[in-house]
Design a protein around this ligand. Structure first.
Ligand code: DSN
Length: 424
C-alpha cells in the first residue's frame, strides 16, 4: 500500500515543530520511545469490552495481562487499593465518576473554571454543569489561593453530594484533610482531580489525596508523561454510599459502580494499545530517575516564576509549588490572546488563560499559563530559566515588532538545537 504522504508529511512537520520550539504549555509533555511504541502497536486491533477476566470478546488473554499490569503499577505508584485504567481521557474519567456518584439534578461543588478549575467540574457549557446542579468556590482575591472558608460556606448552604477539588491552572498544593472535614460535615463525597500535579503527588512532592478523598482521577499525559488518557483510583474501596442503582441492580461497592460507569456507562471498547502505553509510563514513573525528573520540573518552575517576577510580571498567588504558574498580564497592558499569538511567531508555545476575577472573555483572557514539564523532559535545568523568561518577556513587550520577534525566534532555534525530545 502506498504511504499516505498527506498525513505522514504532516506528522513529520509536527515533529519538527516540537523539536525546534520551546514548549511551555503546562499540560503537555514528551513521551519516551517505549510509550510511543506501545501506543503504535497491534493492540489497537483488539476489542476488549469488559474488564480483565470478564470480557465480552474472545482472544483477550493477552490484553488482560497488559491491563492487569497497568492497574497493578498505577496502584503501586499512588498507594491506591483500586483503579480503572480504561477512561479515554480525564474528561471521560470525570464523567464516569459523576455518573457513578450522582443522579441527574444532584448538586456538585467545584472549583470555578475562571479561577483555575476545569470544564468537567461543573461548567455550564459541559455535561457536568448541564446534567448536575453546579455550585462553585474560588480563590481569595488577596492571596490568589483556594478560599476554603468559601468552600465550607457554600457546602454548608447547598449540601452538595459531591465536592470536586483539583485544577487546570493553580500553582499551589491542596489541603485534602480540610476538604474531607467539610465533606464529612455535609455528607458529600470528594473527587480529587489531580490531572496536573499527578507526577508530583506520585513522587511525594505534594500532598496525596488518597487518604482523604473518596475518588481520585487523573490524566496520564501531563506530569505523568504517559499517553493521552485518563484513570480512576480509590485509596480504599467503600460501600455504594447513596444506594445508587445501576441498570441490573444495586452494586454493593463503589468499585463496582465506577467500573460500570466507565463501561458500559460512558464508554465502549477500551483502547488496549493506550492502556499498554499507560502501563509503560507507570513503570517509568516508578523508577528513581522519574523522581529526579519531577524534582527538576519543580525547581525549574520555581526558578522561572522568580525570573518572571524579576521582570515585573505578576504571578497569581505570588509563586508556584508545582509545575505551573498563571501570569497576569494586565500590568503589561497585554491580553493573553495577543501574548499567545506573538509567542507562537517565535516558536514559544503557551496558552492564554483566564486569571481570577478576569474581565476579559475566555477567548481573549488577561493571562497566560506556563509550565515546565515539557522543557524539563528536553533536558533543561534552572540555569536556562532566566533565558526563557528573557525571551518570553522580549516578545510580550514587543508585540508587533517583527524584527525583534524574528531575533527571538533565532535564539529559540539555537537554544533548542540538538536536544532530543526525550532527554531523561
Ligand atoms: N486542557 C487541559 C489543560 O490544558 O489543562 C485540561 O483539560
Amino acid at each position: 500500500m502506498a504511504r499516505d504522504t498527506a498525513i505522514f508529511d504532516l506528522i513529520e512537520k509536527e515533529k519538527e515543530r516540537q523539536l525546534h520550539g520551546i514548549e511551555l504549555i503546562a499540560s503537555e509533555n514528551f513521551v519516551s520511545d517505549d510509550v510511543m511504541n506501545a501506543m503504535g502497536s497491534v493492540l489497537t486491533n483488539k476489542y476488549a469490552e469488559g474488564l480483565p477476566g470478564k470480557r465480552y470478546y474472545g482472544g483477550c488473554e493477552i490484553v488482560d495481562q497488559v491491563e492487569n499490569i497497568a492497574i497493578e503499577r498505577l496502584c503501586k505508584l499512588f498507594g491506591a487499593e483500586w483503579a480503572n485504567v480504561q477512561p479515554h481521557s480525564g474528561a471521560q474519567a470525570n464523567a464516569a465518576v459523576l455518573l457513578a456518584c450522582l443522579n441527574p439534578g444532584d448538586k456538585i461543588l467545584g472549583f470555578d473554571l475562571s479561577h483555575g478549575g476545569h470544564l468537567t467540574h461543573g461548567s455550564p457549557v459541559n455535561f457536568s454543569g448541564k446534567i448536575y446542579k453546579p455550585h462553585f468556590y474560588g480563590v481569595n482575591k488577596e492571596t490568589g489561593k483556594v478560599d476554603y472558608e468559601m468552600m465550607e460556606e457554600v457546602a454548608r448552604r447547598e449540601k452538595p453530594k459531591l465536592i470536586i477539588c483539583g485544577a487546570s491552572a493553580y500553582s499551589r498544593d491542596w489541603d485534602y484533610a480540610r476538604i474531607r472535614k467539610i465533606a464529612d460535615e455535609v455528607g458529600a463525597l470528594i473527587l480529587a482531580d489531580i490531572s496536573h500535579p499527578a507526577g508530583m503527588i506520585a513522587t511525594g512532592m505534594l500532598n496525596s489525596p488518597m487518604e482523604h478523598c473518596h475518588i481520585v482521577t487523573t490524566t496520564t499525559h501531563k506530569t505523568l508523561r504517559g499517553p493521552r488518557g485518563g484513570v480512576i483510583m480509590m485509596g480504599k474501596n467503600f460501600d455504594n454510599p447513596f444506594g445508587l442503582k445501576w441498570v441490573n441492580g444495586n452494586p454493593k461497592s463503589m468499585a463496582a459502580l465506577l467500573d460500570a460507569a466507565v463501561f458500559p456507562g460512558t464508554q465502549g471498547g477500551p483502547l488496549e494499545h493506550v492502556i499498554a502505553a499507560k502501563a509503560v509510563a507507570f513503570g517509568e514513573a516508578l523508577k528513581p530517575e522519574y523522581a529526579t525528573y519531577m524534582n527538576q520540573v519543580k525547581l525549574n518552575a520555581a526558578t522561572l516564576a522568580e525570573e518572571f517576577v524579576k521582570r515585573g510580571y505578576q504571578i497569581i498567588s505570588g509563586g508556584t509549588e508545582n509545575h505551573s504558574m498563571l501570569i497576569d498580564l494586565r500590568s503589561k497592558g497585554v491580553t493573553g490572546k495577543d501574548a499567545e499569538n506573538a509567542l507562537v511567531l517565535a516558536d514559544i508555545t503557551v496558552n492564554k488563560n483566564m486569571v481570577p476575577f478576569d474581565t476579559e472573555s475566555p477567548f481573549v483572557t488577561s493571562g497566560i499559563r506556563v509550565g515546565t514539564p515539557a522543557i524539563t523532559t528536553r533536558g533543561m535545568k534552572e540555569n536556562e530559566m532566566a533565558k526563557i523568561a528573557e525571551l518570553v518577556d522580549k516578545v510580550i513587550t514587543n508585540i508587533g515588532n517583527d524584527e525583534i520577534i524574528q531575533a527571538v525566534h533565532k535564539e529559540v532555534k539555537e537554544l533548542m538545537a540538538n536536544r532530543p525530545l526525550f532527554a531523561w
